[in-house]
Design a protein around this ligand. Structure first.
Ligand code: SF4
Ligand code: SF4
Length: 365
């Protein structure tokens, strides 16, 4: 049986404010049974708050409306959470207790050390256990409020990535990225321009005195910025590749969801400012497609599938691709850009029993 998802579109039939997206968002929140979800409960709203000079994350106005709706529904406590660095810098993107109406909490404490270890059974390749963020596990209800965008490592980032990479601590993120393999440097191609060292956000790269590339895997987060930024294409990844990364993320997501009682999760995905890379790049690039809308429902598989279906290659905005990127081959827009099928994670989550990929959209006018 297909899962029902609510959908509010950015498209508007006229210029009356009541037909704009902001008003539809409020009506969509009224359609959700937030009382059944949140009354007398502690609600964690997991978001990706971005970083650097990026500003294409979910607008604080939308967050505030959600928080207020949860509070009106009788939630005992509502808090928005993300990793400690993102929370520390959240005000730079407009997220403060004053603007969003609730406190901002680091998912695993300010030192990123408050977590629960869960076994992955059976182990998947090198992934035998994950460390789930304590503030998420301790909450009664999880609202996964995600921003849909492309991603260099896995094709796209949405509801599952928001949990598997964001509701865990740094050591688990590294384990997941490590499923893709290690960095391989081609000395013949390298011009020693230094760009990779300069732009590594984790200061993990250096060249030794003989000019040999060196990776500090204690700090490398396998974000692949160096691979994408290298003008000589001298850096690649070894290992099982993005499929293993997607599979690992799906298994981690499943572990996060298992910590909540049935019915105590809600997924909301915003398809606006669909940038080519993840918000963790710390910059904003042009939107690849016109703003689409917002999906909400209780099935993470259906919402991931629907979000991907709504981002269409034929809607690519001319001039939105950064230099060096072109559409190649067939498949989803993100696959044509990044060479990685984003539907892999939908299939993996479905196989793990997290939901069903079939959905029906109920449009909120
Ligand atoms: S960015 Fe590429 S070419 Fe430049 S130093 Fe790094 S590996 Fe070499
Ligand atoms: S993958 Fe990311 S963290 Fe690792 S060396 Fe490259 S840029 Fe730095």
């Amino acid at each position: 049986m297909p899962s029902e998802l609510l959908f509010a579109s950015f498209a508007t039939s006229n210029l009356e404010p009541k037909n704009s997206f902001g008003a539809k968002w409020q009506r969509l929140l009224e359609c959700l049974d937030l009382k059944a979800l949140a009354a007398d409960k502690r609600v964690a709203v997991k978001m990706h708050l971005g970083g650097g000079v990026g500003f294409s994350t979910i607008h604080p106005y939308l967050v505030r409306q959600l928080v207020a709706a949860l509070q009106r529904a009788g939630a005992k406590e509502v808090f928005v959470c993300d990793g400690p660095n993102a929370v520390r810098k959240a005000a730079e993107r407009g997220y403060t207790a004053e603007t969003i109406g609730c406190q901002l909490v680091p998912v695993a404490g300010t030192a990123d050390k408050y977590f629960y270890t869960k076994a992955i059974e059976p182990a998947y390749l090198s992934l035998s256990e994950v460390e789930l963020a304590g503030e998420i596990v301790d909450a009664d209800v999880l609202v996964d409020f995600s921003h849909i965008k492309g991603h260099g490592c896995c094709g796209f980032g949405g509801a599952s990535k928001n949990l598997s990479m964001g509701a865990v601590v740094g050591s688990t993120r590294r384990k997941l990225h490590a499923l893709e393999g290690g960095l391989v440097w081609d000395a013949e191609r390298c011009s020693h321009c230094g760009s990779c060292v300069e732009h590594c956000p984790n200061h993990a790269l250096s060249f030794d005195e003989d000019g040999v590339f060196d990776v500090n895997y204690h700090t490398c987060k396998f974000c692949q910025h160096c691979i994408l930024i290298c003008p000589a294409k001298a850096i690649t990844m070894s290992g099982s590749g993005y499929v293993a990364f997607q599979e690992g993320m799906a298994r981690t997501t499943a572990e996060v969801l298992k910590t909540f009682a049935p019915g105590n999760t809600l997924f909301i995905s915003l398809i606006q400012n669909v940038t080519i890379f993840c918000d963790c790049w710390g910059m904003t690039t042009p939107s690849l497609v016109p703003d689409v809308g917002l999906l909400a429902g209780q099935d993470i598989v259906a919402i991931e599938k629907a979000a991907l279906d709504l981002v269409r290659a034929e809607d690519l905005i001319p001039g939105s691709l950064p230099p060096g990127f072109t559409l190649t081959g067939k498949g989803h827009l993100f696959e044509q850009i990044h060479g990685k099928d984003p539907y892999v994670i939908v299939e993996a989550l479905s196989r793990l029993g997290c939901g069903v990929p079939d959905y029906v959209l109920k449009t909120v006018e």
